[in-house]
Write a protein that binds this ligand. Structure first.
Ligand SMILES: Nc1ncnc2c1ncn2[C@@H]1O[C@H](COP(=O)(O)OP(=O)(O)OP(=O)(O)O)[C@@H](O)[C@H]1O
Ligand SMILES: [Mg+2]
Length: 222
């Protein structure tokens, strides 16, 4: 795989929610691309559609209109046989940390891993982000910021080609947030990284910052 290779491409993506009588167009015709080796920031007001766009890009919610191409292939409109493959190649960090309550941090991180090297990767990442002593704890004993970092371990356990991170530092102090961003930026050298954040300080070193407003994209300052 070469640097600059397109990992993700969104073409005119629309995502609508139909919620009883309410219809919300959360993403309104977004086109973007993410190349291997690039780090892109995504900012915008609360409710502007950032999380919704990430769901569509990851294949977690099929777009109402438009196409998402991941690793050179269009995402199917419904879950299909390639979904397990995407789970190992895409590291997704949810805005609300998502952990299985009856598994330890380590077990959560390793729950969908392939290959023995994941164990070492998780341990060394845990060291870097101050989670080494928490690996054998269960999520209910962790603080919000620790849960967020535990989710990061899970997202990166397979050394994914594409990382989509929704507010990965929202519950962290600046120093811990920067440690998390350092890990993500390093990972982005061989992968593609898209980070949603409300904190412009976390986007230092980004190749591009995209601005979302009312589901529409512009390029702008963080
Ligand atoms: N499951 C859902 N059903 C209906 N509407 C939804 C759903 N999820 C989000 N929305 C609506 O879609 C719009 C975009 O929401 P989204 O969560 O993508 O925004 P966001 O930019 O991530 O906001 P924040 O910065 O607060 O996380 C909002 O108007 C929200 O109310
Ligand atoms: Mg959000």
């Amino acid at each position: 795989m070469s640097a600059g290779e397109l990992l993700l491409e969104a073409i005119d993506v629309v995502l609508e929610y139909h919620d009883g009588t309410r219809q919300v167009r959360a993403v309104d015709g977004v086109s973007l691309s993410l190349a291997r080796g690039s780090f892109v920031g995504l900012v915008g007001p609360s409710g502007s559609g950032k999380s919704s766009l990430l769901f569509a890009l990851a294949g977690l919610r099929p777009p109402t209109k438009g196409t998402v191409r991941m690793l050179g292939k269009p995402l199917p409109a419904r879950p299909d046989a390639s979904a397990p493959l995407r789970r190992t190649e895409v590291g997704f960090l949810f805005q609300e940390p998502f952990l299985v309550p009856y598994l330890t941090v380590r077990e959560n991180a390793l729950s969908h891993t392939v290959g023995p090297e994941a164990i070492e990767r998780v341990e060394s990442l845990a060291e870097e982000i101050g989670m080494a002593s928490m690996l054998d704890e269960r999520p209910h004993r962790l603080s919000g910021g620790e849960r967020q970092r535990a989710s990061l371990l899970r997202a990166l356990a397979n050394d994914p080609a594409l990382i989509l991170a929704d507010e990965p530092t929202a519950s962290l102090d600046q120093a811990t947030g920067q440690a998390v961003m350092a890990v993500l930026r390093r990972q982005a050298k061989d992968a593609g990284l898209l980070v949603v954040t409300h904190d412009p300080a976390m986007l230092a070193g980004a190749d591009r910052v995209l601005y979302l407003r009312d589901g529409r994209l512009g390029e702008g300052d963080a």
